[in-house]
Design a protein around this ligand. Sequence first.
Ligand SMILES: [Fe+2]
Ligand SMILES: [Fe+2]
Length: 398
Amino acid sequence: MDGVDLADLGLDEGGHLLVARALSGLRPGQRLAVAGTHPALRLHLAAWCRERGHRVADDDATAGLATTVIVIRGSAGDRRWQGAERAGAAAGPPAARASQAWGLAARGALVEAGGPPLGARWSERDHVWADIAPQLYAAAAASQWDPATAVDWTATGDQVPAEVERAVVQLMTYLVENEQAALIIPARLLSQLHPHYREVMQLLASQSADEARHVEVFTRRALLSGGELGTSSAGGRASLQTLLDEPDFTTASFLLSVLGEGTFLDLLRFIADHAPDEVTADVTRLAARDEARHVAFGVAHTAHLAGADRHYLGTLRQAVERRHAALRDTAGLNAEVFDALVLLAAGSWSPAAIRRGWQAVRDLQDRMDEGRRRRLAAIGFPDDEAAELSALHTRNFM
Ligand SMILES: [Fe+2]
Ligand SMILES: [Fe+2]
């Protein structure tokens, strides 16, 4: 018979771990001799065994202070794990479909049956995944920056002309509004994603954190000169609302990250290039660095799904057309934002400068269009369709 000696260790101070360990090597019905000098050994052991479906035999032996109690292994412990399944494999790619029954269990964990089902909305790999997600998350974790130290907040332009400063404040006001939409959307997708696809979950969490920083630095830049904020147009907000209302994971990711944030990459670089002060240049450059990752995931994920389901390009096309139709009667971009971009690039109100600024903004719009067409082609759209869809993109840029 197998045995375990607890010496004077009580079951109420960890002794049960030694008993359970010894029992785990036995088959149901086999006996284990548990020896010890703790005065309540038999009493505690009987209670513990009852809870776990083991039995205590009647024939204890006592020698001096030591008692030996015989425990007969039960089978209840095994029954608990009947019907248990692994939540996919710990290594290698995640499962094609994640079971709601896995709930919050770690990928690869042995999941006891009977827990509450998760109710995650997105639980199919192709509808959320991109092979580049783990690398993008690693890059995101390595590139977090601190707004307090990454920007020299004292490097403002006291030298910035008042009207150019107002243009900067208007642009920052507009950026904050867009960043808030860009924060809410990944946070919403994240809340309905099956955590089995943990790299995507982590990436969306870091994307939300990036947007929180962008909201902060653009707000801070807007307030730097101590004046009022700029304007928020109904058309701009209507455009963003269509993004918030998009229920599908991939379509939301496509409209926000591929088309919207893709377009914003050019916008942020434009503001950085024409910034009248270091702070404006720094905050837009730092944000653009983060946005490049958001765009990369949007493109890779959309291409992944389009590769798995050729009909999906049609769904995306319809989404762009639907959004265009919904926004047809709105102004799109806030006119004050457009004017602010011209003045920023012009730097002054002289006619020659305004002509230069105007042309720079036209060139910016061409670059935005080229970028969208390139990304649409990367997803799988033929060039002519990519050009058509790019032209239907919201005038609000995001
Ligand atoms: Fe952002
Ligand atoms: Fe973003």
